[in-house]
Design a protein around this ligand. Structure first.
Ligand code: NAD
Length: 477
């Protein structure tokens, strides 16, 4: 299957002006399966000009009409879900079932934003003088530059695209060079659904060159980035220098606190699925498993056993439960944090090694007794590594949960209503899921605090990030 992807600028699919391309590699086979066209500065200039024109058209289309086009795109994505999911598995590695789910949830997200766009209400503020109207209106912020990573090639794009389109913004998406075909399929669905030229533009290239150009460009009014905290801080400071609205969805290192009154079977099943989904390359993946000491051995035994039983393989095989890592950089990073933990006295209870003679396959790994200065306990491992640590009491668990500068997701399992309320209040995090792992629905805010970023994606909060407030004070003449 060949997955050559062009740039989408001003409603047309075009080669980059240099005709250069970036190879796309199937992480399960290491074969080149396609290319992404590389945008040069001249292409980016065209993309900005197109987005400016697109904005002038789209902002004047009513939310009702915008919603119709968005819903049509969602229908097309559902019709094409099988084809899109296969392309995603081939370029990213995740099992087909996960790719299908992501594609269908993408359609769901677009539909939700299509509806929510009709509810971008302003306010009428009572005036101090009779005959005066005071209106707080909400206007689209303008052309958006969005930078999305490879781990969820559809979801990461639709959160930004859905909110931008619903509010009347145009957008330039710099999608991941590793996973261009999924993003292209999404854009094609909107094109086929009748989105006007210039409203959605898609580029690939050298990420730093593109972000530097787009973020500093005066016509770009909003920047949204999902990726590592290190890059996010760099882009946020550049955006700050140029006074741009920013949403930053950055790294995490989620604690999963299992209290001794928890339903261990439920906790094991849900956390196992959440940990190894997309081979652990998920910013909200549970990573530091904190387990109350009197159920620790029990939980470790169950979790290790279930981890060892996971079927790892090519995501195109329907029996596969965990695919390869998405690229070779992740293999090197994951191997180095495991080695570092072992060097510092940790014990590997399951997995720990790369395997196979082709593809970026890593065994699902469980580590116990990792000291708090082990790299894995501090940097986002972004791979299939679960770190299991016992704790004595509530205060100790919360102190460990809050030790890191990250604050994206957290999980807790307990049968006590009081513990559930206390832990939700005590953990410094943007999201916490208790006795389940339900995060990232279209209607709920997806949000980080501390070094995990700021600004929500999803929910009505996700809409707020794409609108400006304009105050109009008017008297009769
Ligand atoms: P990376 O930091 O090079 O890239 C991460 C993403 O940021 C990629 O999509 C890349 O294209 C983009 N990027 C990098 N430099 C950029 C720049 N100057 N301007 C604009 N975009 C830029 O590393 P990687 O090996 O791809 O991933 C490593 C780390 O990134 C992971 O360990 C994880 O912490 C983080 N990450 C987070 C998410 C997330 O969902 N929050 C997704 C992917 C990667």
């Amino acid at each position: 299957m060949n997955q050559d992807v062009l740039l989408h600028i001003d409603g047309r699919w075009i080669e980059g002006s240099s005709n250069q391309t970036i190879p796309v590699i199937n992480p399960a086979t290491e074969e080149v399966v396609g290319t992404a066209a590389k945008a040069e500065r001249a292409d980016l200039e065209q993309a900005v000009a197109a987005a400016v024109r697109g904005f002038q058209i789209w902002r004047h289309v009513s939310a009702f009409e915008r919603g119709k086009i968005m819903r049509n795109a969602a229908v097309l994505i559902r019709e094409r879900a099988e084809q899109i999911a296969r392309a995603m598995t081939i370029e990213e590695g995740k099992p087909l079932a996960q790719a299908r789910l992501e594609t269908l949830s993408g359609a769901d997200m677009i539909e939700w934003f299509a509806e929510e766009g009709r509810r971008v209400y302003g306010r009428v503020i009572p005036a101090r003088t009779s005959g005066v109207y005071q209106l707080a209106l909400r206007e689209p912020v303008g052309p958006v530059a969005a930078f999305t990573p490879w781990n969820f090639p559809i979801s990461q794009v639709v959160k930004k695209l859905g909110a931008a389109l619903a509010t009347g913004c145009s957008i330039i998406i710099k999608a991941a060079e590793e996973t261009p075909a999924s993003a292209a399929a999404l854009v094609q669905a909107f094109t086929d659904a009748g989105i006007p030229a210039g409203v959605i533009n898609l580029v690939f290239g050298v990420p730093a060159e593109i972000s530097e150009y787009l973020i500093t460009h005066p016509s770009i009014r909003k920047v949204s980035f999902t990726g590592s905290t290190a890059i996010g801080k760099r882009l946020a400071s550049l955006a700050g220098l140029h006074m741009k609205r920013v949403t930053m969805e950055l790294g995490g290192h989620a604690p999963a606190i299992i209290f001794d009154d928890a339903d261990l079977e439920t906790a094991t099943t849900l956390l196992l699925a959440a940990k190894y989904r997309n081979a652990g390359q998920v910013c909200i993946a549970p990573t530091r498993f904190l387990i109350q000491e009197n159920v620790y051995e029990n939980f470790v035994d169950g979790f290790v056993g279930r981890t060892k039983a996971l079927r790892v393989g090519n995501g195109l095989d329907e029996a596969t439960e965990m695919g390869p890592l998405a690229h070779d950089r992740r293999i090197a990073a994951v191997e180095s944090v495991i080695q570092d933990a072992v060097d510092k006295g940790a014990s590997v209870k399951a997995g720990g090694r790369r395997f196979g003679n082709k593809g970026y396959f890593m065994e699902p790994t469980v580590i116990t007794e990792a000291p708090s200065d082990a790299l894995a306990m501090n940097v986002e491992p972004f791979g299939p590594i679960a770190l299991l640590t016992p704790f004595r009491n509530f205060a100790e668990a919360v102190s460990e949960a809050n030790r890191l500068p990250y604050g994206l997701a957290a999980y807790a399992f307990t049968r006590s209503a009081k513990t559930a309320i206390d832990v939700a209040a005590a953990v410094e995090t943007g999201m916490i899921s208790i006795n389940q792992t339900g995060l990232a629905l279209p209607e709920t805010p997806f949000v980080g605090v501390k070094d995990s970023g700021y600004g929500a994606e999803g929910g009505s909060e996700g809409i707020d990030a794409y609108v400006n407030t304009k105050f109009v004070s008017q008297a009769g003449v």
